[in-house]
Design a protein around this ligand. Structure first.
Ligand code: HEC
Ligand code: HEC
Ligand code: HEC
Ligand code: HEC
Ligand code: HEC
Length: 216
C-alpha cells in the first residue's frame, strides 16, 4: 500500500493515514440515531409511496441529497386542515414551523445525521444517480425503515468493489428510486448491465479506482 501511495504521489495526508495503520473496514452498519420527530420512511416512502425526490430534491443535481425543509412536511401537516394536524407526534414540527411559547417560528428541525463519510472522502450523489446507480444499492430498503439506519459499510473497500465492476449494479434512470426494481424477466443480467455501461459512458475500472477520484 505504501509503495503504491508513494508511486502515485498521493497527498501527504493519505500517506499519514496509512502510516497510522487505520483500517479500511470502517463500518457503522446498523447505526440508527433517534430523531427529534418519529418520522417514518416505511409510512411515507413505503405505504404512501411518496417518491424520494419529493423530499431529497438535490439528489440528481448535487453532491448532497438534501434533507427537506420543514415546509415540505407542512405541505401535508399544516395546522389548518392538515393531515393529523393535532397529532402529538407532530408537535415538534408545528413548534419549529409556527413557533412556540418560548421559541421563535422558523427554526430548523435538528435531524440527526445518519450517514457521514470522513471529510477526506469526496462523494457526489448526482454522479451516481444520473449513471443508473439506485438509492437501494447504497441505502438498502429505506421504504421499510421506521427509523433510518446505515445499511452498508460505506468503507473504501465497499466503494471499490462496485467501482471495479459497476455493470451488475446499473439500472434504467426511471427506476433510480424504485426499491424493488429487477431486470426484465428473461434478460441476461450481464448483457443488460453491459449495455447500460455503454449507454451511460461509464469510465474504466482503472479510472474509477484511482485514489484522486475520491481523495481530492
Ligand atoms: C416526505 C419526505 C421524505 C421522503 C419521501 C423520503 N425521505 Fe428520506 N429523509 C427525510 C427526512 C426528514 C430525513 C431526516 C430524518 C431521518 O433520518 O429520518 C430523511 C433521511 C434520509 C436518509 C438518511 C440521511 C442521513 O442523515 O444520513 C436517507 C438515506 C434517506 N432519507 C433516503 C430516502 C430514500 C431512499 C427515499 C425514497 C425511498 C426517501 N428517503 C424518501 C424525508 C423524506
Ligand atoms: C404528501 C403528504 C405528506 C408529507 C409531505 C408528509 N407527510 Fe407525514 N403523514 C402523511 C400521512 C398521509 C400520514 C398518515 C396519517 C394517518 O395515519 O392517518 C402521515 C403521518 C405522519 C406522522 C405520524 C403521525 C401520527 O400521529 O401517527 C408523522 C410523525 C409524520 N407524518 C411526519 C412527517 C414529517 C416530519 C414530514 C416531513 C419530512 C412529513 N410527515 C411529510 C402525509 C405526509
Ligand atoms: C453510490 C452510493 C449512493 C447512492 C446511489 C445514493 N446514496 Fe445517499 N448517501 C451515500 C453516502 C456515501 C452518503 C454520505 C455522504 C457524506 O457523508 O458525505 C449518503 C447520504 C445521503 C443523505 C444524507 C444527506 C447527504 O446528502 O449527505 C440522504 C438524504 C441520501 N443519501 C439520500 C439518497 C437518495 C434519496 C438516493 C437515491 C435517489 C441516494 N441517496 C443514493 C451513498 C449513496
Ligand atoms: C453500486 C455501485 C457504486 C458504489 C457502491 C459506489 N459508487 Fe461511486 N460511482 C459508481 C458509478 C457507476 C460512477 C459513475 C462512473 C462514471 O461516470 O464513469 C461512480 C462515480 C463516482 C465518482 C466520480 C464522480 C465524478 O465527479 O465524476 C466518485 C468521486 C465516486 N463515485 C465516489 C464513491 C464513493 C466515495 C463511494 C463509497 C462511499 C462510491 N463511489 C460508491 C458506482 C458506485
Ligand atoms: C471510490 C472511492 C475511493 C477511492 C478510489 C479510494 N478511496 Fe480511500 N477511502 C475511501 C473511503 C470511502 C474511505 C473511508 C472513509 C470513512 O471511513 O469514512 C477511504 C479511506 C482511506 C484511507 C483512510 C484509512 C482507511 O484505510 O480507512 C486511506 C489511507 C485511503 N483511503 C487511501 C487511498 C488510496 C491510497 C487510494 C488509491 C489506491 C484510495 N484511497 C482510493 C474511498 C476511496
Amino acid at each position: 500500500m505504501l509503495v503504491l501511495v508513494a508511486g502515485l504521489v498521493a497527498p501527504a495526508y493519505v500517506v499519514l493515514l496509512v502510516a497510522y495503520g487505520a483500517s479500511t473496514e470502517a463500518t457503522d452498519v446498523g447505526y440508527a440515531p433517534a430523531q427529534p420527530i418519529p418520522y417514518s420512511h416505511a409510512l411515507h416512502a413505503g405505504e404512501l409511496g411518496i417518491d424520494c425526490r419529493y423530499c431529497h430534491t438535490a439528489v440528481e443535481v448535487a453532491a448532497n441529497a438534501a434533507i427537506p425543509p420543514t415546509m415540505t412536511c407542512i405541505n401535508c401537516h399544516a395546522l389548518a386542515h392538515g393531515i393529523r394536524a393535532d397529532s402529538p407526534k407532530l408537535a415538534p414540527l408545528r413548534e419549529a414551523f409556527y413557533g412556540g411559547e418560548r421559541v421563535p417560528a422558523g427554526l430548523p428541525i435538528p435531524w440527526v445525521r445518519v450517514h457521514d463519510l470522513a471529510d477526506y472522502v469526496y462523494f457526489d450523489h448526482s454522479a451516481h444517480v444520473r449513471r443508473g446507480v439506485g438509492c437501494v444499492s447504497c441505502h438498502g430498503r429505506v421504504d421499510r425503515m421506521e427509523v433510518v439506519y446505515q445499511a452498508k459499510p460505506l468503507s473504501m473497500s465497499w466503494c471499490l468493489e462496485c467501482h471495479r465492476n459497476p455493470a451488475p449494479h446499473l439500472r434504467p434512470l426511471e427506476a433510480i428510486t424504485d426499491m424493488t426494481w429487477a431486470p426484465p424477466a428473461g434478460a441476461d443480467r450481464v448483457e443488460f448491465g453491459r449495455a447500460l455501461l455503454k449507454q451511460y459512458n461509464i469510465r474504466s475500472a482503472e479510472y474509477l479506482t484511482s485514489c484522486s477520484l475520491c481523495h481530492r
